[in-house]
Design a protein around this ligand. Structure first.
Ligand SMILES: [Zn+2]
Length: 466
C-alpha cells in the first residue's frame, strides 16, 4: 500500500531568519565627534543606518567644510589667494582651527559676488547629486532584504557618513601640495600621488561596503516575507500539487522548484583556504560556461559570498590589466618600462590594478542600476546574480585587451600607415582604423555573448524560490 502523495507547500518560508544586529540611534549632536569611528569598524554600520538623515548630512557637511578649509589653508600658505585676502597677523593655532578659518575665508570670498555664489551653489548641488547617485549605485550591494526605498535610504546614510573620508584626502592634499615637496620626497613622483589617490578611492569604497554589511533595521521586506511557491521556469503557482508532478505550464519537474534544490556556489562552501581558491575558479568557470548555473545557485542566501566573489573578480581584472601593461606598455601610451625610476615603476604597478579594479566595479554597479530598475526593483536576490555576472565583464575585458594588443602590434610591426583607396568606388579608408575594426570584431562578438549570457542568468533566477 502506498501512502498519499506528498503535496507541495503553498508558500516558501523565509529561509534565513538570522535576527538583525543591535542598532543605536546616534543623536545629531554626537554625530560629528563619532564620525571618525564610522571609518573604522564594521559594527558601526547598523548604528549609522539607525541615525537620522539629518545626522548623516551633518557629518557630511562638517567633513566638506573641513576639506574646503584644509585645501584653502594649503593654498593660503603658498600665497595663492594673494596678500589682500589673508590677514597678516592671522595665526594658525592648531590643525582644527586652521581649516575652519580657511573655510570661513573661502566662504567670505565666494559669497561676496553673485556670480561666484551661483557657481559655488551649482558645484555643491552637483556634489550632493553625485553622492545620491552613488547611494543608488550601491543599492544591490548593500541590500539586506528590506524594501527597496529603505535600502536606498540606508545606502544614502552610509555614503554620507563615509564621505568623512574626504578629510583624509584634504590632509594628504595639504601635506603633498608641490610647495611641500622636498627634493628627496617621494611625492615628487606623480605616480606616487596617483597611487595615493586610488588607494584612497579603494578605502572609501571599502568603508561604504563595511558600513552596509550589518543590518540593524526592522524585519520588514522581501527577505522576511513568505513567498508563493512558483515554478522557477515559468512562474506558475505550484501550491498544493503533488510533489512528483511536472509543472502543468512548462513541464519542468516540480521538485526542481523546491527551496532545497538551489545550493551555494563552490566558493561559499569550501571549508579550507585552498579549497576556497579552487572554489573561486570553479565558480568563475560555472558562471561563464555552465548552462544551468543560475537555476542551481541560491539567490536568497549567500549574499556575502556573492559580493566577495564579485570584488575578487574585479581585483583579478585589475591584475590582468596590469599584466597587459607590463607586456605591452606602448599600448597605453606609457614609455617602455626599462628606463623608469624604481619608485615610479613600483607605484604604477600598484595603482594600475587598483584603478582597473575600481573601473570594473563601477561598470558592475552601473549594470546593477539597470537590472534593479534604478534601485527600486528586486535588489536583494538580483544583486546576487549581478555579482555572478562579474566574470562576464572580465571575459569581455580580456578579449578586448587581446584584440587591441593584436591590432597595435600589427600596425607597428608592418608599419601600416596612410589611406586605402578603392578607386572604382571612390572610397578612402584609414588603414590603421581598418586594422583596428577587423581586430576588434571578436571583442564585439564577445560583448554580444556577454549581454546574451547575462540576460539568461537573470532570467533563470527571476522566479527563484531559494
Ligand atoms: Zn513551469
Amino acid at each position: 500500500m502506498s501512502g498519499a502523495p506528498r503535496m507541495l507547500p503553498e508558500t516558501v518560508p523565509p529561509t534565513d531568519l538570522e535576527p538583525p544586529v543591535r542598532a543605536m540611534r546616534i543623536p545629531i549632536l554626537l554625530a560629528l565627534p563619532l564620525a571618525p569611528l564610522a571609518l573604522l569598524p564594521k559594527r558601526m554600520g547598523s548604528h549609522v543606518a539607525a541615525s537620522s538623515l539629518a545626522a548623516a548630512w551633518f557629518v557630511h557637511f562638517g567633513a566638506l567644510v573641513f576639506t574646503i578649509g584644509e585645501v584653502a589653508a594649503a593654498h593660503l600658505e603658498g600665497g595663492d589667494f594673494g596678500a589682500s585676502s589673508l590677514t597678516p597677523d592671522l595665526t594658525w593655532l592648531d590643525w582644527i582651527r586652521r581649516p575652519l578659518a580657511g573655510a570661513w575665508l573661502v566662504a567670505y570670498e565666494v559669497f561676496d559676488s553673485r556670480g561666484a555664489s551661483t557657481v559655488a551653489l551649482a558645484v555643491a548641488a552637483s556634489i550632493e547629486g553625485a553622492l545620491a547617485f552613488l547611494a543608488l549605485l550601491f543599492v544591490p550591494f548593500l541590500a539586506a532584504g528590506e524594501r527597496p526605498p529603505a535600502v536606498f535610504l540606508r545606502s544614502l546614510k552610509c555614503v554620507l557618513w563615509s564621505s568623512a573620508v574626504v578629510v583624509a584626502f584634504a590632509v594628504f592634499y595639504h601635506v603633498a601640495t608641490p610647495r611641500q615637496f622636498s627634493p628627496s620626497s617621494v611625492f615628487r613622483s606623480e605616480n606616487v600621488a596617483i597611487l595615493c589617490f586610488w588607494a584612497w578611492v579603494i578605502w572609501w569604497i571599502s568603508i561604504i561596503l563595511r558600513l552596509g554589511a550589518r543590518y540593524g533595521g526592522p524585519c520588514i521586506g522581501p527577505r522576511w516575507t513568505p513567498r508563493p511557491l512558483l515554478c522557477e521556469s515559468c512562474g506558475y503557482h505550484l501550491a498544493n500539487l503533488p510533489e512528483e508532478v511536472n509543472c502543468p505550464e512548462c513541464g519542468r519537474p516540480a521538485r526542481e522548484s523546491l527551496p532545497g534544490f538551489r545550493r551555494l556556489p563552490p566558493m561559499a562552501t569550501a571549508p579550507t583556504w585552498l579549497g576556497r581558491v579552487a572554489g573561486f575558479f570553479a565558480t568563475l568557470w560555472q558562471s561563464l560556461a555552465d548552462a544551468r548555473f543560475a537555476s542551481r545557485v541560491t539567490v536568497w542566501n549567500g549574499q556575502t559570498a556573492a559580493r566577495r566573489f564579485a570584488l575578487l573578480v574585479c581585483l583579478l581584472g585589475g591584475v590582468l590589466f596590469t599584466l597587459s601593461l607590463i607586456t605591452y606598455p606602448q599600448l597605453w601610451g606609457f614609455r617602455s618600462a626599462s628606463n623608469w625610476a624604481p619608485v615610479d615603476l613600483a607605484a604604477t604597478l600598484l595603482w594600475c590594478p587598483l584603478a582597473a579594479a575600481v573601473v570594473m566595479f563601477v561598470v558592475l554597479l552601473l549594470l546593477g542600476l539597470i537590472v534593479s530598475r534604478l534601485g527600486f526593483g528586486q535588489c536583494y536576490h538580483t544583486g546576487v546574480i549581478l555579482c555572478y555576472c562579474s566574470p562576464l565583464l572580465l571575459l569581455f575585458g580580456v578579449v578586448f585587451l587581446l584584440c587591441l594588443t593584436l591590432a597595435t602590434w600589427i600596425i607597428e610591426t608592418f608599419r601600416i600607415r596612410g589611406m586605402l583607396v578603392i578607386v572604382s568606388r571612390q572610397i578612402e579608408i584609414d588603414k590603421p582604423l581598418l586594422v583596428y575594426a577587423i581586430c576588434l570584431l571578436p571583442a564585439l562578438f564577445t560583448l554580444l555573448f556577454v549581454v546574451w549570457r547575462a540576460a539568461r542568468l537573470f532570467r533563470a533566477a527571476r522566479y527563484a524560490n531559494s
